[in-house]
Ligand binder design. Structure first.
Ligand SMILES: [Zn+2]
Length: 84
């Protein structure tokens, strides 16, 4: 017998379908990482953090994407501190 834990999206109240995101936020993450590959092949090597910071400055990004960028950047900052 297994107990299934219903996890929630870390960004909203919806059910998480993948890791920590709901379908909308997960979709945003997916399009972000797809775009990351395109960006790298076009402009050369860039870190995930730099890429997200740049996107954050461009005001074209949609609501879901923006929220994902914010939380991802927060996580990277936290992990950075742990490593130091
Ligand atoms: Zn969500």
């Amino acid at each position: 017998m297994t107990v299934k834990i219903e996890s929630k999206c870390i960004l909203c109240v919806r059910k998480a379908i993948q890791e920590k995101y709901c379908e909308y936020h997960y979709e945003a993450v997916r399009s972000l990482s797809d775009h990351y590959e395109v960006w790298k092949s076009r402009y050369g090597e860039i870190s995930w953090y730099d890429y997200l910071s740049r996107l954050q400055k461009i005001k074209l990004t949609g609501k879901w994407v923006k929220e994902v960028i914010e939380i991802e950047l927060e996580n990277i900052k936290k992990n950075d501190k742990k490593m130091r």
